[in-house]
Design a protein. Structure first.
Ligand code: MN
Ligand code: MN
Length: 466
């Protein structure tokens, strides 16, 4: 083999595009940073399994960095570090920059902190044949069969008869009991296994096993249910009727763990979309740019961004208007000059299911955070489709800071699709593009991401805000 580079090889290097594996490209120091950053993320995942907990955990981290609570009407000045809490389920963490807000606009990163899960119904508790169960209604797009036969934890809030609120979190601490959704033994599964996977387990079979010990009283009826009620009363002061005004969710009781002999990957519940929310948060907390930067950590993305805590709610627009007002700027002018990264996960190319991907335009694991110019389904339906000009601008910012990144599409054109919060931000006259971490087994109870892609996402956010 000749050592000399041929003309064709030189031209290839100059003209052709090739993705790079970030682990391969990173210096020893950067590699250390990749692994160190993952430790903080794993701690965040374990502390923040629901949107309420993600909101609280984000606020705690912000407070540690000297951020204080902002309420509509509060005065603001350059250098202020603030967080705005929306109903305990979403939070906007922001820092006021030194640049003229009307001319410079906001730099926004929007991510979501809700994740697919199994919600408990309003009248859930019943007893049947030696067991007590809670009826459920699943939240978000799940493969129902994946949620059976795994340890589950219960998280949530209950508003009691007197209006006071108690928080529930059982199944996370060492020594806590966990909960469970029954599946059928294979010996009797002949009919079940012959049907479609969508019907392996049906919605009304997703009942959470919560007890088996009868209350000690010969005269009482439904003794297992009664015993569960007495424990709930003792622990939380609640009666059965209090389930009516409760929000309790069953989530996988697994903790975030390193995956692989080399620890390159992280397995966890809820990477979608905390793998973007955590970098968004930490990028704002550690940011010292001249721009006014916002990390919007919103709720309800998994069910269409609806309600008072989803990004379609006017509260986020109101907040940006209030910030503009407090800084003496016209919101119309501010938003016209604002830019947003809508940061949500994308599907990582999986060689085990190669048939649903178009490889050249899929996100390859560890090749960095993935920019999706458009999302949507079929003919880009439901996508905000960012302009070449804006993508070019973002590309330049990444290039300047040496960010390893790639572009991606969710799957083959006709294979399905998806969308996220980008289009709702774009509606405000704010240039917006999707950027997020590739995930293996998205929406499964335990998902996989690469530590390199997590860190690339963080670096991309810092570059975007610079
Ligand atoms: Mn998502
Ligand atoms: Mn999702």
């Amino acid at each position: 083999m000749s050592e000399k580079t041929t003309k064709g090889q030189a031209l290839q290097k100059e003209l052709a595009y090739k993705k790079v594996n970030y682990f391969e490209k990173a210096s020893a120091e950067e590699k250390r940073a990749i692994f160190d950053y993952a430790e903080g993320y794993k701690a965040f995942l374990d502390a923040a399994k629901t949107e309420r907990e993600a909101c609280d955990t984000s606020v705690s981290l912000a407070k540690e960095k000297g951020f204080t609570e902002y309420k509509f009407g509060d005065p603001l000045k350059a250098g202020d570090k603030k967080y705005f809490i929306n109903r305990g389920k979403s939070v906007v963490v922001f820092r006021v920059g030194t640049k003229n807000l009307e001319e410079d606009g906001f730099r926004i990163i929007a991510s979501h902190i809700d994740a697919p899960r199994i919600d408990i119904k309003q009248n859930p508790l019943y007893e049947a044949d030696g067991m007590a169960f809670l009826k459920t209604h699943y939240y978000g797009g799940i493969k129902k069969y994946q949620w059976t036969a795994i340890p589950l934890a219960l998280h949530g809030a209950v508003v009691l008869k007197d209006g006071s609120k108690v928080n529930i979190r059982v199944g996370e601490e060492e020594g806590d009991p966990v909960f469970y959704i029954n599946d059928l033994l294979p010996h009797l599964g002949q009919e079940q296994m012959g049907g479609s996977a969508a019907k392996l387990i049906e919605g009304e079979q997703l009942n959470v096993l919560v007890g088996g010990l009868p209350f000690e009283d010969e005269e009482a009826s439904d003794k297992i249910k009664l015993n569960v009620l007495s424990i709930l009363h003792e622990k939380y002061g609640m009666c059965e009727e209090d389930f009516l005004s409760a929000e309790i969710s069953a989530v996988p009781a697994f903790r975030a763990r390193d995956v692989g002999f080399d620890r390159a990957l992280i397995g966890a519940y809820g990477h979608d979309d905390r793998v973007c929310a955590y970098p968004a948060l930490t990028a704002v907390l550690n940011n010292e740019s001249e721009h006014t930067v916002l990390a919007m950590l919103v709720d309800k993305e998994e069910i269409g961004s609806e309600g008072t805590t989803g990004i379609q709610c006017k509260v986020y627009e109101d907040l940006m208007e209030e910030i503009s007002l407090a800084l003496g700027a016209s919101f119309r002018k501010v938003r016209a000059n604002s830019k947003c990264l809508s940061s949500d996960v994308t599907a990582a190319y999986d060689p085990n299911f190669a048939g649903v991907y178009e490889k050249n335009n899929s996100a390859i694991l560890s090749c960095g955070t993935a920019l999706c110019k458009f999302t949507g389904a079929r003919g880009k339906s439901g996508s905000s489709d960012a302009s070449a000009e804006f993508v070019g601008e973002v590309r330049l910012a990444f290039q300047k800071e040496g960010v390893v990144w790639q572009t991606a599409e969710l799957g083959k054109v006709d294979a399905g699709g998806g969308g996220t919060v980008a289009k709702f931000v774009a509606m405000l006259n704010i240039d917006t593009v999707d950027l997020g971490v590739p995930v293996i087994s998205m929406h499964a109870p335990w998902e996989i991401v690469s530590k390199a892609d997590l860190y690339s996402n963080y670096r991309a956010f810092l570059a975007f805000m610079k």
